[in-house]
Design a protein around this ligand. Structure first.
Ligand code: IVH
Length: 670
């Protein structure tokens, strides 16, 4: 009986180890997670029934032992080195040149290039193939014993595969993939616990848990890249073969590692990996180049604590640490109060960052950013910079939490926050200088009334002198006023007046866009103008009617209706007209009863219930356009029997296809 169970347990252990290997080392899992879980379950049950079946390398033993009070010390018989950094091509050329000089060779040197992983270095000792001890780097000579924690990492095998040397020390990096990091922080946030600022800190924090059961719940993984003490095997002559050896023993190695030739090869690798950096499932902060010839590695040796035969070529840092000088609220065109962190300027992601938006008060409170805090700022690629988190331990005493101001910092009007909305707004409207300024800037902008010469600086001064309060006041400006402004001579003042005069002749879509109605961008302005034809018709419409405009939803409709319901806005429009601003009415594209206005259809194949011509007539009668060929602009393709290339094209472009039944429903307005 026991021998049967023991044999089954051994089989299960071997199967599970094989699945781990397929998953972590080959990156080619053989079975779905559920099957893996089933094997684990069966093994657990066998071991629970007869604990004498448990072996040290059983996958059920990854989490074991009791939490300790402190980590033991481990001394590294082969020191764990650090790396010199190269921050530029020049630094890299210098590195390559020095190696040529020391080795006295010409011609290109071969290097192994691999990602510099953003985690923490570990050294794992296997004796007779069994995981015996794992340690952190510490100061390179003495590290901490994190065996219990490292055992919980499924990517780290409990037993080496194949012919394991008597003693084999593997060196690598433990890190946390981005997906796991995001998931873990989300869960922590939901429980109201502290979140980690980045995957590196999360990995370090997780590995240094005194209770391994906590580490087990953290999504850590590892790649191996080097050796420590090894006995009983001849080591291969080249670094890339060391990687092969690690892999063959069942240790995961970065799939990105490559052998390259010379500086050119290094740089090509660097650029390629740099371009793919943000698409990788984990964070890296550069590339490591290592001489491929291990004999040459030995010949050049070390300087202090770093090898001469390797270098880390850093990518521009995407994260930096700085101090928040202050948090201010900016008031936008629509009165939205946006908290902005004013930072000690910091160079990150290739630019100097001194202001970072915090988006809204919820975000400030969620991240708990306070003036005086030391924060991690991130700017990856072209993404706008963000504060990723606060370094809590560096908070100065007395740092006060940020509150939403009760009144507008610009005009002192009341600040309102609609329940359920993230955004708080100043209620001052045009009486708020900040809103006036933004509104005027927008009104005069190129895609609105297009007043050349009425840029930010001029608008600012016009507001400051209180020459202009509403857009209509622009049309009452006089030469004398303009020429007094800073950096504005007679000539440019006259030019500006001329531009203002010219802008009086405009179009309904431009005017609608320029009025700065919330949620009304250029496309919506055009749709509204086409649908209603005149400002009067639009102003008279209620939200329900406005919502009939193609692509206008209930929120936009409500904003438009509210805008024209405000007497102050109607007064501005009247004043604009009185001062000569004019625009022609537009041909009405779609009146009600044209539910398909703005949509383009292509009809193809044979329909059962009508001819193709009838289908086309039905569509045009409802305001739709009918086209002969499928393009990106097609809204729908109606496909009857034996539809051919047009249907294929629609599928290729991802354009919705209506079969006859759906088409009939659409015509019926269902
Ligand atoms: S090799 C003798 N390779 O970088 C070589 N290190 O700055 C010593 N690291 O402590 C390390 N990825 O934590 C090497 N592919 C890689 C690496 C790597 C990340 C870390 C490691 C090391 C630190 C040195």
């Amino acid at each position: 009986m026991r021998s049967e169970a023991a044999a089954r347990a051994a089989t299960l252990r071997a199967q599970i180890a094989q699945h781990d290997y397929r998953y972590y080392v080959l990156d080619d899992p053989e079975v779905p997670d559920a099957e893996y879980d089933r094997l684990m379950q069966e093994l657990r049950a066998l071991e629970a029934a007869d604990p004498s079946l448990i072996t040290a390398d059983s996958p059920t033993q990854r989490v074991s032992g009791t939490p300790s009070a402190a980590f033991g010390e481990v001394s590294h018989s082969v020191p764990m080195l650090s790396l010199e950094n190269a921050f530029s091509e020049e630094d890299l050329r210098g590195f390559d040149r020095r190696l040529h000089e020391r080795l006295g060779v010409d011609g290109e040197l071969a290097y192994v290039a691999e990602p510099k992983l953003d985690g923490l270095a570990v050294s794992i000792l296997y004796r007779e193939g069994l995981l015996e001890r794992a340690a952190t780097r510490g100061d390179g000579v003495t590290g901490e014993d994190v065996t219990a924690n490292v055992r919980t990492i499924r990517a780290v095998p409990q037993r080496l595969r194949g012919q394991a040397p008597p003693l084999f020390e593997a060196r690598g990096e433990v890190f946390m993939p981005l997906a796991g990091f995001a998931r873990m922080n989300e869960q922590a946030r939901a429980r109201g616990e502290k979140v980690f600022v980045n995957p590196r800190n999360a990995a370090a924090g997780s590995l240094r848990q005194l209770d391994a059961r906590l580490t087990a719940a953290r999504p850590l993984t590892a790649f191996f890249y080097g050796l420590g003490a090894v006995t009983g095997v001849a080591l291969p002559p080249q670094q890339h073969q060391v990687l092969q050896l690690l892999r063959s023993l069942g240790l995961p190695v970065s799939p990105e590692a490559r052998t390259v030739r010379g500086v050119q090869g290094c740089l090509a690798y660097y650029r390629d990996l740099g371009a793919r950096r943000s698409a990788l499932p984990y964070q890296i902060d550069g590339v490591v180049y290592k001489l491929d010839s291990r004999a040459d590695q030995e010949r050049v040796g070390f300087v202090s604590r770093a090898p001469r035969w390797a270098i880390a070529h850093k990518f521009p840092a995407e994260e930096a640490v700085t101090v928040v000088r202050d948090i201010e609220f900016q008031v936008g065109r629509t009165g939205a109060l946006t908290p902005v962190a004013r930072l000690e300027p910091v160079f990150v992601g290739g630019v100097t960052v001194s202001n970072v938006t915090l988006h809204n008060i919820d975000e400030v409170q969620r991240k708990d950013v306070r003036p005086g805090d030391t924060v991690v700022v991130r700017r990856a690629g072209d993404v706008i910079p963000e504060v990723v988190g606060v370094l809590g331990e560096r908070r100065p005493p007395g740092a006060r939490a940020v509150q939403l101001p009760a009144s507008c910092p610009v005009c002192q009007s009341q600040v309102l926050r609609v329940a359920g909305e993230a955004v708080a707004r100043c209620t001052g409207g045009f009486t708020c200088r900040a809103q006036r300024q933004e509104a005027l800037r927008h009104f005069a902008s190129r895609r609105a009334l297009d007043i050349e010469g009425l840029g930010d600086k001029v608008v600012e001064q016009l507001i400051e002198h209180d020459y202009v309060r509403s857009p209509a006041d622009i049309y009452a400006l006089e030469l004398g006023q303009l020429s007094q402004l800073e950096r504005m001579g007679e000539k440019s003042a006259a030019n500006l007046l001329e531009a203002i005069e010219k802008s009086k002749r405009t179009s309904l879509p431009r005017l609608l866009f320029g009025l700065g109605i919330r949620e009304v961008g250029e496309a919506t302005a055009l749709a509204l103008a086409r649908h209603f034809g005149s400002l009067e018709a639009l102003a008279a419409a209620d939200a329900a009617r406005i919502q009939q405009v193609p692509d206008v939803g209930p929120i936009v409709a409500a904003h438009v209706a509210a805008f024209f319901a405000a007497p102050a806005h109607l007064a501005v429009i009247e004043a604009l007209k009185a001062r000569g601003v004019h625009w022609p009415d537009m041909p009405v594209a779609a009146v009600t009863g044209q539910p398909l206005a703005g949509r383009t259809f292509v009809v193809t194949g044979t329909l059962e219930s009508m001819t193709r011509e009838q289908a086309q007539e039905a569509l045009t009668a409802r305001g739709a356009k009918v086209a002969g060929s499928v393009s990106k602009k097609t809204s729908y393709v109606v496909a009857g029997r034996e539809a051919g290339s047009k249907l294929a094209k629609a599928q290729q472009l991802g354009i919705p296809v209506l079969e006859e039944a759906a088409f009939l429903k659409l015509l019926a307005g269902e």
